[in-house]
Design a binder for this molecule. Structure first.
Ligand code: GDP
Ligand code: MG
Length: 378
């Protein structure tokens, strides 16, 4: 017979009013201090914190799990085989229980002591509260001049896109009611770092936005994951939003890589012909080099979040080459049809190239990089 157990006392079981969504990648040392700092800052507001960790090699998720054992307000979403800040934030927001959701970094660069002021702004009727570095009372802290210039340039472009609704549309620190996220969810881009900008551009109605100033701090521990790719992703987010979703950033990258591949092809071809090789073997060799080049560059950049490694890389290359060969046949077919319809050779050539770009993109995005793989992404 079961003995009647002593009542379990579970602390902090109030329904959260505020859910903090914190994307993390290699932030192990920051988690415990972050939870403590958030708790101290929020006082009476019932909160939960969702750390969305992309299977960090430093096992950040393990540290979150350890803290969650004694504090059910702390939750871990461990994503395996995927990378990406924006998609992590979106998934965290969808799993949140609070009526209000805050997005915040794990590295202490965002000042958690303004969370109550942001929450008060929402309670007073704002839809979105933005932690801003660019309003009176805020600042970019110890950034060097180049980073300040780059950031303020990007901010100006972003404000041109969404209007003067906030002084800091590029902020990674903001709060919004959960229904604001829910109403925008199908329009949000899964790529990139600029989720607030995306949210403001995607929401189907008018949003009341309030700025709350703070000073950006230095990272507490660990390294920044910002890279040139992040800047490219910003440009692609703009393209996607300005074209109202018609042009996918991935397709733009894929087509650009294709253009580069053509240049590589011609360079190799001219070098081999210079070495007195016959045209046909030279052309075949140049084609093979171009295919491997396109595949490797797309794997590294266009599909960075689903990058293939090891044997998957080799298998992907074979499928990629097969699809591109079929794409080449489609290219010739369409160009030939255009010529028969009396199009000029240049228009026919472009039609063929567009045809194979679309075909190759469609085929490889699902058959090469579309299959889910359960492995650690690092
Ligand atoms: N889940 C997840 N979090 C990420 C990823 N990249 C960055 N982060 C987190 O996003 C926040 C901001 O990243 P950080 O590298 O500090 O960017 P920076 O502040 O612009 O240098 C930090 O909490 C990171 O741990 C990612 O690919 N996946
Ligand atoms: Mg940071």
């Amino acid at each position: 017979m079961l003995e009647s157990a002593a009542p379990i006392s579970l602390p902090h079981l109030a329904t959260p009013e505020l859910s903090l969504v914190v994307p993390s990648y290699n932030e192990r040392a920051n988690i415990a201090p972050l939870v403590a700092a958030v708790g101290a800052a929020l006082g009476d507001i019932a909160w939960e914190i969702l750390i969305v960790d992309d299977d960090s090699p430093d096992r950040t998720w393990e540290e979150v799990g350890r803290i969650a054992m004694t504090d059910p307000r702390v939750r871990c979403l461990r994503r395996v085989g995927r990378r990406g800040l924006a998609s992590a934030v979106i998934e965290g927001a969808m799993a949140a229980n609070g009526a209000v959701i805050a997005v915040m970094d794990a590295d202490f660069q965002h000042d958690e002591t303004i969370l109550p002021a942001m929450y008060a702004a929402i309670a007073a009727g704002a839809d979105v509260a933005v932690g801003t570095r660019y309003a009176l009372g805020g600042g970019t802290g110890e950034w060097d001049e180049r980073r300040v210039r780059m950031s303020s340039f990007a901010t100006r472009i972003a404000r041109a896109l969404i209007g003067n609704r906030t002084t800091d549309p590029m902020s990674g620190f903001f709060m919004a009611r959960r229904d604001v996220f829910a109403a925008s969810i199908y329009n949000l881009s899964n790529q990139g770092f600029k989720i607030l900008l995306d949210l403001l551009a995607s929401y189907p109605g008018k949003l009341k936005v309030v700025d709350v100033p703070y000073t950006f701090r230095n990272r507490r521990a660990g390294d920044s994951k910002i890279s040139p790719m992040v800047i490219a992703e910003f440009a692609f987010l703009l393209i996607e939003k300005l074209s109202r979703g018609l042009v996918s950033p991935r397709f733009v990258l894929f087509a650009l890589v294709g253009g580069l591949g053509l240049i590589v092809h011609l360079l190799v071809l001219s070098a081999l012909i210079g070495l007195k090789l016959n045209f046909l073997p030279a052309q075949v060799a140049a084609l093979l080099v171009a295919i491997v080049f396109n595949y490797a560059v797309n794997n590294e950049f266009t599909y960075r979040d689903r990058r293939l490694t090891g044997m998957d890389f080799v298998g992907g290359l074979v499928v990629f080459a097969i699809i591109c060969s079929i794409g080449a046949i489609a290219n010739i077919g369409v160009a030939n049809l255009a010529v028969e319809e009396h199009a000029s050779w240049s228009i026919a050539g472009v039609a063929g190239a567009v045809m194979s770009a679309v075909f190759n993109f469609g085929g490889t995005s699902s058959l090469v990089w579309g299959r889910r793989r359960w492995r650690s992404a690092s």
